[in-house]
Ligand binder design. Structure first.
Ligand code: CP
Length: 315
């Protein structure tokens, strides 16, 4: 987090800080409804479509007693008249105590954090980072595995444009993971993230096979959508979009503890018959987003774990 408590990436967080935020999320899971943010205003500025991230941030703010302003569609803003992102952020900073922003440009959240003293929470910037998703992913991993250390994490699908996998591998560096990157060659993990892994002692393998045997080694099977909106050539999207489709019959050799995560939305990459399989966890994962985002908003607004633990405003 930068000087003004913005959350642009989790790459700089210590292990202790990540564990602290997960403890906060656990407190919010026990008691999601409180009045601890009464009087605060949370702005949600979504320059790109979203279902889960925007609605769970807004639910988090509402459940904690804050009020919400913002937009889900930039077409209804003065951006269409030519107002710059800088001016938009400076204006909203006059109204809100924290700004949650999703933008299609990589680096937009960092830029926003540099033009205001109001904390910015990056709700996804292009194919770069999605830190609040990573908090809920780590919370989901912790809940299902009982720990974050020494896990085999298989990342499957669009590893080139998928911002959730980029954020996750950076934040997991403290926990001695082994990543398995499974992607078609067109959607391989970008070199910069492999360099990051090498520099931070994160083990990884790369491959294209996706079958019962590759799945058998996973503690976490993290499926991803092919990010159609990032392709400049839609013919290429059509060629790769259905490369990996997980179905229930592929799970016969899965470890008992293995859980399937997916940031959602899903298109074809997980068939509906997986939804009732005990390994499926993606809908609970999305639910965990509420608690993780309650923790993030509270933290950037200066509340501590003690404040949450001793909170007397529980409803
Ligand atoms: N996982 C995620 O970011 O979903 P939305 O695009 O619906 O917010």
């Amino acid at each position: 987090m930068s000087e003004n408590r913005s959350v642009i990436t989790l790459a700089h967080l210590t292990r202790e800080k990540i564990e602290y935020l997960l403890k906060m999320a656990a407190q919010f899971e026990q008691h999601p409804n409180r009045r601890i943010l009464e009087g605060k205003v949370v702005a949600t500025l979504f320059f790109e479509p979203s279902t889960r991230t925007r609605l769970s941030f807004e639910t988090a703010a509402n459940r904690l007693g804050a009020r919400v302003i913002g937009f889900a569609d930039p077409k209804i803003t003065s951006g269409t008249k030519g107002e710059s992102l800088k001016d938009t952020i400076k204006m909203v900073s006059n109204y809100a105590d924290v700004i949650v922003m999703r933008h299609y440009l990589e680096g937009a959240a960092r830029y926003a954090s540099e033009v205001t003293n109001v904390p910015i929470i990056n709700a996804g910037d292009g194919s770069n980072q999605h830190p609040s998703q990573t908090m809920l992913d780590m919370y989901s991993i912790y809940k299902t595995q009982g720990m974050l250390d020494n896990l085999n994490i298989h990342l499957v699908g669009d590893l080139k444009y998928g911002r959730t996998v980029h954020s996750l591998l950076m934040a997991m560096r403290h926990f001695n993971p082994t990543f398995h990157f499974i992607a078609p060659k067109e959607l391989k993990m970008p070199e910069e993230y492999k360099i990051y892994c090498r520099q931070n002692g994160i083990r990884f393998t790369e491959g294209t096979d996706f079958n019962e045997d590759t799945i058998s080694g996973a503690d976490i099977l993290y499926m991803t959508r092919v990010q159609k909106e990032r392709f400049t050539d839609l013919m290429e999207y059509e060629r790769v979009k259905d490369t990996y489709i997980l179905s229930s019959d592929m799970l016969s050799k899965a470890r008992p503890n293995m859980k399937i995560l997916h940031p959602l939305p899903r298109i074809n990459e997980i068939t509906a018959d997986v939804d009732d399989n005990p390994h499926a966890y993606y809908f609970q994962q999305a639910q965990n987003g509420l608690y993780a985002r309650e923790a993030l908003i509270s933290d950037v607004l200066g509340l501590t774990l003690d404040d949450i633990t001793n909170d007397k405003t529980i409803i």
